[in-house]
Design a binder for this molecule. Sequence first.
Ligand code: UDP
Ligand code: MG
Length: 139
Amino acid sequence: MATNRTFTMLKPDAIENGHIGKILDMINAAGFEIKAMKYTKLTTDQAQKFYEVHAERPFYGELVEYMTSGPIVAAILQKENAVADFRTLIGATDPADAAEGTIRKYYAESKGRNAVHGSDSDENAEIEGKFHFATNEIF
Ligand code: UDP
Ligand code: MG
């Protein structure tokens, strides 16, 4: 299961800017199936824990503040080679470096407010999916 699933969040800037539908369209068009989904808002505790790996980085405080500034859409996606293919679909962290046709190229505002999250490994995809969803919310 782990190898064909990834975890994503449509981040607060994407929701604020009205891009939920367009981003989900791109995700479906790229062949990902939605296996879990919720519209929710992270607490400060949740955002700190989710991005714990970045705790020592200078942008951590700002990142937590941004990720708790409004609602997000969290989802588990399935496709062969899901983690790598989704990273390709979202593009580089900084939209200035993101390839044409990627979600971040179209919809990210900046390196910080970059519209979408994608897990970076099968292991993290599983951890992140379980962080957001109970077993009976995953299909
Ligand atoms: N981030 C930031 N400044 C940076 C690097 C990252 O604000 O210099 C934020 C950005 O929202 C990014 C998140 O921290 O998506 C996690 O960083 P990571 O390096 O894991 O990038 P990603 O995997 O999201 O491309
Ligand atoms: Mg990352």
